[in-house]
Design a protein around this ligand. Structure first.
Ligand code: URA
Length: 443
């Protein structure tokens, strides 16, 4: 089967057979398909789309391109579950959700990414913990999942190598924003991780990767449908990203925010709502709870009793981090030398936030990357961020900026002030969880 014939068929708008998709992806993995052919294939899919059957076949073929983790021999007394987010600003949900689910009987082998564009990455947040090994060997990863119930680590080269190659080509050929390609890309890695269930957090709003609610819906529906047909029970939630989710944005500051959440020192209400909603779906998908209401009660109990905090501490220590991180975060997490209040452009209510601009301000502070190979400064970012509807003025700044020097602090303060619209009318605030797509509704 010649690659160009497969490309031509898709270019002309026909549906590809699973055998054609398998052949193309095998060629891509083995280097027989050229970069030009892969780019043409991606562009043909971008314009012509793929139906669910084709997307399932593409997902399966990319999963089969590499190793597949197998947890069966560990005899874990619970299901392996994961959550994946399309990315946001102040989105440190994974840091609390994984230990919460672990404390309720799930096992969470979470393979996360680094920051991308304006969005933060779970891995960068964890790398702010001194000693934390986010790229452990396979035996350590398995041991930590068994003993702590959760392990959050970085992508390994062996999982879905076809996606790795295709994604790099899509990235430079304007073909990232294709629902079937995104669906297969995300799900091939999740299927290769050997999960029993997945919950997908599709963000919508000013800081989201999907620009409109309709696109978020299309992606959520596609992921729930394709995952379930590919044998991975999945529920997708659409959650609000019209403002940073946590009151912190940055790496060490979001890790600190997560620790405060776990210990109960501070729980930002919208963050709590989204975390509980996603974690509850995980317990139900994994059959650890009969319904989300029961799941929420159990998760809240695990949080309040300190069981989730204890799981987080166990994971951190088992992966090389400090044994007293939860008890003494200030001793271990890096602190920026300059910390100052950010004044709003004028006193009033925060009526709109360009969350993407807030994320970009963190990147400009050095907390994110403009090139993959860039090193990041884990200490910088914002804390005590005002949310939509908060009254700001001389008594209540927009945030405290943490920066490497005064000039960077000044620039970030200007960027944050410009990202926040101030007025007097209370803004309509979207529900933290907007919509839910379960397999039976996903079609
Ligand atoms: N994240 C992925 O892993 N793949 C995509 O295609 C888009 C986002």
């Amino acid at each position: 089967m010649l690659p160009q014939e497969i490309i031509r068929k898709k270019r002309d708008g026909a549906a590809l057979d699973p055998a054609e998709i398998d052949a193309f992806i095998a060629g891509l993995t083995q280097g027989r398909v050229t970069e030009g052919q892969a780019a043409a294939f991606a562009m043909a899919v971008f314009f012509r789309g793929m139906d669910v059957t084709e997307t399932v076949a593409l997902t399966r073929a990319m999963t089969a391109s590499g190793e597949r983790l197998d947890w069966a021999d560990l005899d874990l007394p619970g299901p392996t579950l994961d959550k994946h987010s399309t990315g946001g600003v102040g989105d440190n949900v994974s840091l609390m959700l994984a230990p919460m689910v672990a404390a309720c009987g799930g096992f969470v082998p979470m393979i996360s990414g680094r920051g991308l564009g304006h969005t933060g990455g779970t891995l960068d947040k964890l790398d702010s913990i001194p000693g934390y090994r986010s790229q452990p060997d396979a035996a350590t990863f398995r041991r930590v999942v068994r003993e702590a119930g959760c392990a959050i680590i970085g992508q390994t080269a062996g999982l879905a190598p076809a996606d790795k190659r295709l994604y790099a080509i899509r990235d430079v050929t304007a073909t990232v924003e294709s629902i079937p390609l995104i669906t297969a890309s995300i799900l091939s890695k999740k299927l290769a991780a050997g999960l029993d269930g997945l919950v997908m957090d599709v963000k919508t709003g000013s800081g989201a990767f999907m620009p409109t609610l309709q696109r978020a819906r299309d992606l959520a529906r596609s992921i729930a449908a394709v995952a379930t047909r590919a044998g991975l029970p999945t529920v997708a939630l659409i959650t609000d990203m019209n403002e940073p989710l946590a009151s912190a944005a940055g790496n060490a500051v979001e890790t600190r925010n997560a620790i405060d959440f776990l210990t109960g020192a501070r729980r930002d209400p919208r963050l709590l709502e989204v975390t509980l909603a996603l974690a509850a779906e995980m317990l139900v998908v994994g059959r650890l709870a009969p319904d989300v209401a029961t799941a929420r009660v159990r998760l809240t109990r695990a949080l309040d009793a300190g069981a989730a905090a204890e799981r987080f501490q166990r994971m951190v220590a088992a992966l090389g981090g400090p044994a007293d991180l939860i008890a003494r975060p200030e001793k271990h997490l890096p602190a920026a030398p300059v910390q100052r209040a950010v004044a709003p452009s004028r006193p009033g209510l925060v009526t709109a936030i360009d969350a993407r601009a807030v994320g970009l301000a963190v990147v400009a502070l050095g907390g994110g990357r403009t090139r993959v190979e860039d090193a990041i400064d884990p200490s910088v970012g914002f804390v005590d961020l005002a949310g939509l509807g908060d009254r700001v003025g001389p008594e209540r700044p927009l945030a405290i900026v943490h920066a490497a020097d005064s000039a960077a602090a000044e620039k970030a303060a200007g960027a944050l002030a410009a990202a926040c619209r101030i007025g007097e009318a209370l803004p309509p605030r979207g529900a933290p969880v907007a919509e839910r797509f379960a397999p039976e509704e996903a079609g």
